[in-house]
Design a protein around this ligand. Structure first.
Ligand code: PGA
Length: 241
């Protein structure tokens, strides 16, 4: 793992964002794996800015988001599709037909999983996968478990995840299930960029970097990938001595 500890979120957004921009400039039809949550917001703002400055175009890019809540309409204000539309897609020139999202309301998860896997193959595989990390070490919605998952599946959100995300669901019940790409799908990306900021992530970061590779800390599996860049602020890195 290539650990890069930076002083500010803005520095991380710029450095990580430049990696995305270079990738897309060199390969205009790159496939980007995208994540949601609070962490990538600064990065998405930076990508918007670079698009508006004419530095980069996403016109031929394909995007694949990691996960989506179940039992929430696609256009609900709390869906991850809405998050991506508001924070990135509506602000850049990515084309709608190149945006790939899991359907959290599908009645046939196996068919959804197969279709997503095929779409990724058709796009030539994911070039860069962006990840955050949960306080419990989850990546995507791969919660601590007794095995590493393969393929898109429906997952029950852990108490830790429900707790962390409850702030977004003040007036409606938070979904308890989600569809997520599995660990082995994530590992197939050519390059992985994980961003973690804030002291609440410090223990998960320590377990990811220094702990054993175990599905109890799903992010620890990234130790086995050949090209992972981990951007941390000092708080998130505070337990790495
Ligand atoms: P966060 O979520 O960016 O909102 O902290 C990260 C994650 O759960 O993967």
């Amino acid at each position: 793992m290539d650990l890069r500890i930076r002083m500010t979120e803005a520095e991380i957004a710029q450095e990580a964002g430049d990696i995305f921009c270079r990738c897309v400039t060199q390969k205009p039809n790159a496939a980007l794996g995208l994540a949601t949550g609070a962490t990538p917001l600064a990065l998405y703002a930076y990508l918007q800015q670079e698009y508006q400055r004419g530095i980069v175009s996403f016109r031929e890019v394909q995007t694949f988001n990691l996960d989506e809540y179940c039992d929430l309409p696609k256009y609900h204000r709390n869906s991850y599709f809405t998050y991506m539309s508001e924070n990135l897609f509506s602000q850049i020139d990515v084309q709608d037909h190149n945006i790939h999202f899991l359907d959290g309301n599908t009645t046939d998860v196996a068919a959804e999983a197969n279709a997503y896997a095929q779409a990724i193959v058709d796009a030539g595989g994911i070039d860069i996968q962006l990840l955050g990390i949960g306080r419990n070490g989850h990546i995507g919605f791969n919660e601590p478990a007794d095995h590493f998952t393969d393929g898109v599946f429906r997952t029950k959100l852990s108490e830790s995840t429900l707790e962390a995300n409850r702030i977004y669901f003040s007036d409606i019940a938070m979904p308890r299930y989600a569809l997520t790409m599995g660990i082995k799908d994530i590992l197939q990306a050519r390059q992985i960029i994980l961003i973690a900021t804030g002291e609440k992530k410090a223990e998960a970061v320590r377990a990811m970097v220094k702990g054993p590779v175990t599905p109890q800390c799903p992010a620890s599996v990234l130790q086995q990938h050949a090209d992972v860049i981990v951007f941390l602020d000092e708080a998130a890195a505070s337990l790495l001595s």
